[in-house]
Design a binder for this molecule. Structure first.
Ligand code: GLU
Length: 447
């Protein structure tokens, strides 16, 4: 059977040679679903894996816009509609200079299993652009978003493909894109999630990803006989996800001691709490993409230029910045510092090599597909709010979110038990996510 999985990995390598991020997730997922394939030869017969690793559709387009100096700029726009077995394609848009098909395909592929784990009717997709929002004026952001949607609008819709935010895309960008979409289509519908609350958005959506991560981390610790209260936590990033994570961790009695940005990390032994948490949003909103001003504003905290927070000793690590921020040498430092728990907040923050090392050394790793699924789960609540023309209350959203996260953890542990995987929560989540998609794909024939 190992040969069979290797065959699929080789097919993926041959077809996507210059896309290491996509190949990384394909390898991780396929390796862990091997026992399911062994139990279901009919999946192999149906070419299910060959179909699963190929996006249903990929769209690439030109995005021309005029900057504040009157100069014409041209970016590339993309949408990878990966899998619609469980529902309309669902996933965010990422605007960042390093965006290219390999990154969006890794995110779109992961989104299939993440969305499946939520138990909700959503397929997987992802899109974005190599546009860099840092340092751009509000007018430039608006003109870019309008141009982006002037092409993408024809490919999306409430029952077709429902985009949301991701890195570089928040409520403001979603608002501009939704406005232009509405203008072109004359439809005020649930095509967008992550909208502002005065714009049809869901109460609590901004916090949802971070809160969900903490609910997952709480379940993970509980499962191993520990609790969040009194724990020190090292997190990375200083955006939306880190903000929501820090807020909920503090509320549940844990102490957040680090945040990070591309310029380095902040160590705040007194804890990133109270007004300091909201300062993260101010930092992010400054458009400078640096976290060093935190140390000037809050004396007592220290800034370490060019370093990552993984060198700090903590009870729990939650990477919330971006993909591949924990490499082998970081994993080695963490293990040497006695690390027991890692809960992935960002999508695929740990390299496969680092995961293997952490797991071999007894570290429990909660995978991002499961831990950060609260964001997209709440996006689905936003879709249903829009479809029903009602408004959910914040309490209602948090209650549903908590239930979904507890269930995701249970599903993963259950898959670990069924397939004798011990504490391998990564394999458990991959299997539980895969099973639902595979069953639906089988019912829909060879499409
Ligand atoms: N970008 C988020 C994620 O990685 C949210 C996607 C969505 O809400 O559709 O899951």
């Amino acid at each position: 059977m190992a040969n069979l999985v290797q065959k699929y990995i080789d097919i993926a390598k041959e077809k996507n040679a210059n896309e290491p991020e996509f190949l990384q997730t394909v390898e991780e997922v396929l390796t862990s679903i091997e026992p399911v394939l062994e139990a279901h030869p009919e999946y192999i017969e149906a070419g299910l894996i060959e179909r699963l690793i190929e996006p249903e559709r990929g769209i690439m387009f030109r995005v021309p816009w005029v900057d504040d100096n009157g100069k014409v700029q041209v970016n590339r726009g993309y949408r990878f509609e990966f899998n619609s077995a469980l529902g309309p394609y669902k996933g965010g848009l990422r605007f960042a200079p390093n965006v290219y098909p390999g990154i969006l395909k890794f995110l779109g592929f992961e989104q299939i299993f993440k969305n499946s784990l939520t138990g909700l009717p959503i397929g997987g997709g992802k899109g974005g652009s190599d546009f860099d929002p840092n340092g751009k004026s509000d007018g430039e952001i608006m003109r870019f978003c309008q141009s982006f949607i002037t092409e993408l609008y024809r490919h999306i819709g409430p029952n077709t493909d429902v985009p949301a935010g991701d890195l570089g895309v928040g409520g403001r960008e979603i608002g501009y894109m939704m406005g232009q979409y509405k203008r072109i289509t004359n439809q005020y519908d649930g095509t967008w999630t992550g909208k502002g609350t005065s714009n049809g958005g869901l109460a609590g959506r901004t916090e949802a990803t971070g809160y969900g991560i903490v609910f997952y981390a709480r379940e993970m610790l509980k499962h191993f006989g520990e609790e969040l209260k009194g724990k020190t936590v090292a997190i990375s990033g200083f955006g939306n996800v880190s903000w929501g994570t820090a807020k909920k961790l503090t509320e549940l009695g844990a102490k957040v001691i680090t945040i990070s940005g591309p310029d380095g990390y902040i160590l705040d032994e007194e804890g990133v709490s109270g007004e300091k948490i909201d300062y993260l949003l101010e930092l992010r909103g400054s458009g400078k993409n640096i976290c060093s001003p935190y140390a000037e504003k809050f004396p007592g905290s220290k800034f370490f230029a060019g370093k990552k927070p993984w060198e700090v000793k903590a009870d729990l690590y939650i990477p919330c910045a971006t993909q591949n921020e924990i490499h082998m040498e970081d994993a080695q430092t963490m293990v040497a510092n006695g690390c027991k728990f890692l809960c992935e907040g960002a999508n695929m923050p740990t390299t496969n090599e680092a995961i293997a090392y952490l797991q071999e050394n007894g570290v429990v790793v909660g995978p991002s597909k499961a831990a950060n699924a609260g964001g997209v789960a709440c996006s689905c609540l936003e879709m249903s709010q829009n479809a029903e023309h009602i408004i959910f209350s914040e309490e209602d959203v948090y209650r549903q979110l908590e239930g979904i996260m507890v269930n995701i953890f249970k599903l993963s542990v259950d898959a670990c038990e069924r397939y004798n995987l011990g504490d391998n929560l990564i394999a458990g989540a991959n299997i539980a996510g895969f099973e639902r998609v595979a069953e639906a794909m089988m019912m829909q024939g060879i499409v």
